[in-house]
Ligand binder design. Structure first.
Ligand code: ARG
Length: 712
């Protein structure tokens, strides 16, 4: 094991010099060795230490993970945060009512006192990371089964977490990289008093809606602003009126000098998931089985939701955020099917695997690697039909508020029933809030339609794999079944649930028909035949060996680990896509306010604009935010390597100053999560000058701009 580790490191160092500038989600602790020289050639004026340091303040201290799934950056000495509109969307919807509809009309706090606290929203600061590969891998032997391996790894992880959390001050997370060939731990500090400072109206923040989503040219002002609060000593604290704005270690300087093609651009953030080593069989499975089911399952639920959302502002607010999340990946997955098919990605991966297999079957490698490709293909062959089945079922679990009720509210109520009287009294207030919150986020008639439609789709389309027993029993009578389910279950009545708190009994939950359905579906999706269990064990170890072998054999020149929601740096340039007749600018790397106004469609769901925007455009009142060439910029492109989770990440120039806010990728490059194409793959950013113009000129919230450090 030890020797292998050393050769991996040597390999990394060796390849460092011919890295693609644009491809790569780099680990911060290695950029001095792997990337610094390349970055400086491209225009970086900082040292690696100024980007990531564990002893001094560095850029990484100004970048946070936002509510678990997005990125945000600190823009002032008072803890002001910038992230995407679509990242703050759920919080804004929660804070909105039909009367005070911030989602629709926007919101700006005139003073800090007016900033609004959503129920739950947290940000995570990154303190440091370190390599624990040797420590963990030394505990493992090649003969262990995957389950044994996991057990040993988890024991070691628990120790590492305990050693580094400083008595609970920090959250420590140990993650596997390169498919289990390396391990690193990450130390974080979480803050949970985060308040809304301001947000543009949805017609700006989500301009272009799902039609423009994942597309370029783009004109979306996809941003919102928050603020982190701490206790009087600067420590994380629950919400309190006595909390004060955070005094951060570092905040970003904002540069309004403008961007030009080929300018250096780097992004720090939290990319969620990539699969750049995914074998051909996995791509084939996704394209033919998993994603088509995903796309169909989410569209069915979207159509049911939309029927109700169109009825009133109040109903729209109930489902807007959920709908946007489902629609986002509905379009993404279809884009992936199209791109992966068009570019024959599975085929090019299969060619690479053939080469690997020849290398793997050379006498020196055969014992370790000989079965790798065969095991991988056996697994995919055995699980294609299950993958289709699982995806239909997952869309049900994800789109119906009742899908996972047995693991969420149901589980909490069982624990409540089992507790003694004193504990119950302690649990009760929070449970009552949870129950109220649950009903605030759904509309029963809509839920009935969603569940009925999803059950019917799942039952009829999951051909080739046995469906869950409880769905088989429905025998096609979905209408009748769902009607009686909603009539009989306690989970469909706030009154019944509140009454349960007065007289709790475990049996009432475990015998509830909704609980039983949810429990059965979840157990069914986790169930595997002995044959699949064995194939999966072989697959997991073979996939790990494939990655190790591809790197050892130098057949795959990938030097950075797959994204897994840990902080990464990607760097490259501001860069155009080939000319496009839809483009409204002189070069196809930016868009302008003229182009935005050209897209305006009065009364449209997605392309309407506030009257004030049209007026300001007529007056050409762009202030200090106009480009030196006279136009008002809106969005721009860079060739950085990002994925979901990077949303809200800062785009920085060579001095580490903020020039934009990353918010999307382009549909032509949707194969990007499994294969990076430098010709096509771009990051779509809002120009920081447009963000500031919307805050200052459009919203009249100049005091927020004044809080920032601006340079030109
Ligand atoms: N595609 C963007 C992302 O995944 C989200 C955009 C949200 N907008 C929307 N119209 N659904 O980061």
């Amino acid at each position: 094991m030890k020797q292998i580790k050393i050769s991996l490191v040597a390999f990394l160092v060796l390849l460092g010099s011919f890295a693609h500038a644009d491809e790569g989600m780099w680990f911060l602790m290695f950029i001095d060795r792997l990337n610094q020289r390349d970055m400086q050639k491209l225009g970086l004026q900082l040292t690696a230490e100024e980007i990531y340091s564990i002893n001094n303040h560095s850029l990484k201290d100004a970048v946070v993970q936002f509510n678990g799934g997005c990125t945000a950056e600190v823009l002032s000495k008072d803890g002001l945060l910038l992230t995407n509109h679509h990242c703050g969307y759920d919080a804004v919807a929660e804070l909105s009512t039909a009367e005070n509809n911030y989602l629709k009309n926007g919101f700006w706090a005139a003073t800090k006192k007016e900033e609004l606290k959503p129920q739950s929203l947290f940000v995570r600061f990154f303190v440091r990371m370190d390599d624990v590969s040797k420590r963990i891998l030394d505990k493992l032997t090649p003969s262990m089964t995957e389950a044994e391996r996991e057990k040993v790894v988890n024991q070691e992880i628990a120790l590492i977490e305990k050693e580094n959390n400083e008595g609970g001050k920090y959250t420590v997370s140990v993650r596997s990289f390169f498919q289990g060939n390396e391990y690193y731990y990450f130390v974080y500090q979480d803050f949970k008093d985060v308040r809304l400072v301001g947000v543009p109206p949805e017609s700006i923040g989500k301009f272009g809606g799902d039609t423009d989503n994942w597309e370029w040219p783009r004109h979306t002002g996809d941003f919102s602003m928050f603020r982190v609060y701490t206790d009087a000593n600067g420590n994380p604290a629950d919400y309190s009126v006595n909390n004060i704005p955070m005094k951060p270690k570092q905040h970003l300087t904002v540069n309004i000098g403008g961007v030009q093609e080929n300018d250096f651009a780097m992004i720090l953030g939290y990319p969620g998931r990539t699969n750049r080593w995914m074998p051909a069989g996995g791509i084939e499975q996704n394209v033919k089985f998993s994603y088509p089911a995903w796309v169909e399952g989410s569209k069915v639920a979207m159509d049911e939701m939309k029927k109700y959302m169109d009825q009133s502002d109040a109903l729209n607010l109930v489902y807007a955020s959920k709908y946007a999340g489902i629609a986002n990946y509905w379009k993404n997955r279809q884009g992936m099917i199209d791109a992966l098919s068009k570019f024959g990605t599975a085929k090019s991966k299969a060619i690479q695997e053939d080469k690997f297999n020849k290398w793997a079957n050379k006498p020196a490698n055969k014992e370790k690697y000989g079965n790798v490709v065969a095991n991988i293909n056996t697994f995919y062959g055995l699980t294609n039909e299950k993958a289709r089945h699982d995806n239909y079922l997952q869309q049900l679990l994800r789109t119906s508020s009742y899908g996972t009720i047995s693991r969420t509210l149901g589980k909490q109520l069982i624990a409540f029933a089992a507790a003694d009287a004193t504990t119950q009294a302690q649990m009760r207030p929070e449970l009552a809030v949870t129950i109220k919150g649950f009903f605030a986020e759904l509309h029963l008639p809509a839920e009935k339609d969603i569940l009925r439609a999803e059950l019917a789709l799942y039952a009829t389309k999951s051909v080739g794999y046995a469906i869950a027993p409880s769905v088989l029993k429905i025998n096609g009578e979905f209408d009748k079944y769902v009607n009686s389910l909603f009539l009989l279950s306690v989970f469909t009545s706030e009154e019944k649930l509140m009454a349960f708190l007065d007289l709790p009994s475990e049996g009432m939950i475990t015998n509830d028909p909704m609980y039983i359905l949810s429990d059965d579906l979840i157990l069914h999706i986790g169930k595997k035949s002995d044959e699949i269990t064995k194939a999966q064990n072989d697959f997991t170890s073979s996939y790990r060996l494939l990655v190790q072998g591809l790197r050892d054999s130098k057949l795959a020149p990938i030097q950075y680990p797959d994204a897994n929601s840990t902080m990464r740096l990607t760097y490259g340039k501001v860069k155009s896509l080939p000319a496009d007749k839809r483009s409204d600018a002189k070069a196809n790397y930016y868009t302008t306010m003229d182009g935005l106004i050209k897209k305006h469609k009065a009364g449209d769901d997605e392309f309407d604009l506030p009257t004030r925007m049209l007026e300001l455009h007529k007056q050409k009142d762009y202030g200090q935010y106009a480009d030196s060439k006279g136009y008002m910029p809106v969005c721009f492109l860079s060739d950085n390597d990002i994925t979901g989770g990077n949303s809200g990440s800062p785009v920085l120039n060579g001095k580490g100053e903020l020039i934009g806010l990353a918010f999307d990728g382009n549909i032509e490059a949707m194969a990007g999560d499994v294969i990076f194409d430098p010709k096509l793959q771009r990051t779509i950013n809002v120009d920081i000058r447009y963000v500031l113009w919307v805050i200052d000129k459009f919203s009249g919230a100049k005091h927020i701009v004044d809080e920032m450090d601006l340079v030109k």
